[in-house]
Write a protein that binds this ligand. Structure first.
Ligand code: 8ID
Ligand code: ZN
Length: 348
């Protein structure tokens, strides 16, 4: 039976202390489902939402979170394709209009009326969360709900970015921010897709994880020496075929063009506030460099990203914490101290 009250983490205002308290369990509308969230990932986006450091307003009294995996406990009267008892996930894109040219083309993240979990609508830092039925992710029953939670944003996003990079099997991709949540999954997806990986981040813990646990071929520490020269030296002098920028700092967005191979692609994914991406025009032209953005993924990307996981190809390390300890996890993320992803158990 569904309780009337549940625990949630609520941001009363940007940068104000986050309150862990009891709130009513929401009721699903006709086209919505209610999911008992068992585990939720903590994405750096959640930290941006709490701080309010992006040029996009959040909802007031927000419950954050957008990597929630759990069990469907109620469905609205119009919902036919998903049932009580199914395993399902709430991802960043909670809903979209379905009618605009972007939705019609399967580019629903670009919908101007998109609802964003844990940003413009309440998300997964609570025990029971609402999602539009057409957008919730289908999770196979065999998949562990803790390990799959990070796939619901980080996994989808990096899988899509790797597809957008147009890299082919056997070519080399530089992953910048490789030791973080998105980065650790990016290494695994890249390898599963047949790409060679150069991991870029800092510190011995992340280096060890990238090389030994995740299987990157090279690690370049951005805090040691000349990063452009170091990436070139491990790529036969030519640079990486693609660069996936996942870092939450501006510097790499201004350096990537220098170590991207001619004809290569730079995919911007990380969202450091007030940052600009820049490249010298002359060399961008004569070396035919492509610079583009990539934003989460659509429903098919979601299903494909989950398929890779379900087939056992994605095994990134994660730490399990308690929903009640969200503030502590934000602090660690802010300090760059999380190697891989934190996943929170919502029952404690
Ligand atoms: O759809 C999208 N585009 C999307 C989806 C999800 C998340 C974008 N994001 C954004 C987040 O909002 C955030 O800005 O991607 C960024 C990374 O999210 P994350 O992976 O959840 O953050 P993290 O776990 O803190 O990892 C960031 C890593 O970057 C490294 C850090 O050491 C950390 O491991 N890093 C930094 I900060 N500066 C770096 C640099 N100069 C760097 N790595 C290499 N070079
Ligand atoms: Zn996210």
């Amino acid at each position: 039976s569904i309780p009337r009250e549940q625990y949630a983490q609520i941001y009363k205002d940007n940068n104000h202390p986050i309150e862990y308290k009891k709130v009513p369990v929401p009721k699903p509308g006709p086209d919505e489902v209610l999911i008992n969230i068992k585990y939720t990932g903590v994405c750096h986006t959640d930290l941006h939402a709490w701080k309010g450091d992006w040029p996009l307003r959040t909802k007031q009294n927000l419950i954050g979170g957008h990597e929630g995996a759990g069990v469907v406990v109620a469905v609205g009267e119009l919902v036919e394709e998903i049932k009580v008892g199914d395993h399902a996930g709430i991802k960043w894109l909670n809903g979209s209009c379905g009618h605009c040219e972007f939705c019609m083309a399967g580019d629903e993240p670009l919908c101007e009326k998109a609802l964003l979990s844990g940003y413009t609508v309440d998300g997964t830092f609570q025990q029971y969360a609402i999602g539009k039925a057409v957008h919730v992710a289908r999770i196979p029953k065999e998949a562990p709900l803790d390990a799959i939670a990070p796939i619901l944003c980080a996994g989808i996003t990096v899988y899509k970015a790797l597809k957008e990079s147009n890299v082919r099997a056997g070519q080399t991709v530089a992953i910048v921010g490789a030791g973080g949540g998105l980065g650790s999954l990016a290494i695994q997806y890249a390898k599963a897709m047949g790409f060679r990986v150069i991991a870029i981040d800092t510190g011995s813990e992340k280096q060890e994880m990238c090389l030994k646990t995740l299987g990157a071929e090279e690690f370049v520490d951005f805090a040691k020496g000349d990063i452009v020269a170091n990436v070139k030296s491990v790529t036969g002098g030519l640079g990486a075929h693609a660069v996936i920028l996942l870092a939450v700092s501006e510097k790499p967005f201004q350096q990537a063009a220098e170590y991207c191979r001619s004809r290569g692609t730079i995919v911007c994914v990380g969202l450091p506030p007030k940052a600009r991406v820049s490249a010298e025009v002359f060399s961008t032209v004569i070396r035919m460099i492509t610079i583009k953005g990539s934003y989460v993924g659509n429903r098919l990307d979601t299903q494909e990203a989950i398929d890779f996981f379900a087939r056992g190809l994605i095994k990134a390390p994660f730490k399990v914490g308690k929903l009640s300890e969200l503030t502590k996890v934000f602090q660690l993320l802010e300090e760059g101290k999380v190697a891989g992803r934190y996943v929170l158990d919502t029952s404690v």
